[in-house]
Design a protein around this ligand. Structure first.
Ligand code: FES
Length: 75
C-alpha cells in the first residue's frame, strides 16, 4: 500500500528501511524521501514506522554481567 503518493513510497519499503536500521521519520525522509514534498503522509509514515519497529525489532536484554560504559542518573 502506498504511504507517500508524492514519492511513491510503500509500506513495504518503510518496513525494509526499518530492517536496514531506520528508526526515525527523519531517517525515512533522508533514505526514501517520505514527506519531502507536500508532507501530508508524514503522520501515516510515522505510524507505519512505529508498527514496523515494533514488529521487526526486539528489545535488547542487558544482564547484570554486561559491562556498560554509561552512567545512569536517578532524580
Ligand atoms: S504524500 Fe508524501 S510528500 Fe506528499
Amino acid at each position: 500500500m502506498y504511504v507517500c503518493l508524492c514519492k511513491g513510497v510503500t509500506d513495504s519499503q518503510i518496513e525494509q528501511a526499518v530492517r536496514n536500521g531506520c528508526r526515525s521519520v527523519r531517517e525515512l525522509k533522508k533514505n526514501l524521501a517520505v514527506g519531502s514534498q507536500c508532507g501530508r503522509c508524514t503522520s501515516h509514515a510515522r505510524d507505519v514506522l512505529h508498527e514496523s519497529i515494533h514488529a521487526h525489532c526486539r528489545p535488547i536484554e542487558i544482564r547484570p554481567s554486561d559491562s556498560l560504559d554509561i552512567e545512569v542518573c536517578y532524580t
